[in-house]
Design a protein around this ligand. Structure first.
Ligand code: SF4
Length: 214
């Protein structure tokens, strides 16, 4: 459905306020290469970014490239990433993903949604994180739990399905802001619009937000 002009205007105002409020909003996972961001994002499933950032320095030192990650034993990798949770499945995904990178992409991370999506452990959200933050390619909007919750409360969408939330957001937000908007909404979700007890009285967006479901 095409968004109404009123909703477009309100979204533009929300975006402007969020940019002013969180001028330093950025990807919270530490990385220096696309491969490191891919690994960190796979590890971040059901885990905090802080915890992932504690684990990745040791992992990146032990496995500096896709070949070494493909070659590490399941047991050793499980031990290194244990504290991120779901470590058996994550270790399998990381090793399988790295093996595909070596076999099919010369050890490099591909730059397309289609190719990324075919790697083990990589869904649309992970692919969007890597494309937007490691390559500067806006293919879509990363929709995590914060982005979904805030989008619904602000009346930008009624959908629960992350893919449908993303479709609504890409219709409302200029392409050059697709990567940034996730960081802005995540920052606001942590500071003001928490899952429980959102701080609406002090919220920078209170005049623009219908506070749906709050
Ligand atoms: S007004 Fe309330 S519901 Fe709306 S964004 Fe702010 S904290 Fe969230």
């Amino acid at each position: 459905m095409t968004p109404s002009p009123a909703l477009r205007r309100r979204t533009t105002q929300i975006l402007a306020i969020l940019k002013r409020t969180y001028p330093d909003a950025h990807c919270a996972l530490n990385f220096t290469t696309p491969l490191q961001l891919l690994i960190a994002t796979i590890l971040s499933a059901q885990c905090t970014d802080e915890r992932v950032n504690q684990v990745t320095p040791g992992l990146f030192a032990r496995c500096p490239d896709a070949a070494s990650l493909a070659a590490i034993s399941q047991k050793e990798l499980e031990k290194i990433i244990h504290s991120t949770g779901f470590y058996r499945a994550k270790a399998r995904s990381l090793r399988s993903c790295a093996a595909s990178l070596v076999a099919e992409h010369g050890g490099k991370v591909p730059k397309t949604m289609e190719a990324l999506h075919q790697l083990a452990g990589v869904g649309r959200k992970t692919a969007n994180v890597v494309l937007g933050n490691a390559f500067g390619l806006a293919e879509g909007v990363v929709v995590d739990t914060h982005v979904g919750r805030l989008s619904r409360r602000m009346g930008l969408t009624r959908h629960l399905d992350p893919v449908k939330v993303e479709s609504a957001l890409v219709r409302l937000i200029p392409k050059e802001d697709w990567t940034l908007v996730s960081h802005l909404l995540i920052a606001h979700g942590r500071k003001r619009c928490m899952a429980r007890n959102p701080n609406c009285p002090q919220c920078e967006l209170r005049k623009l937000c219908p506070q749906r479901g709050v």
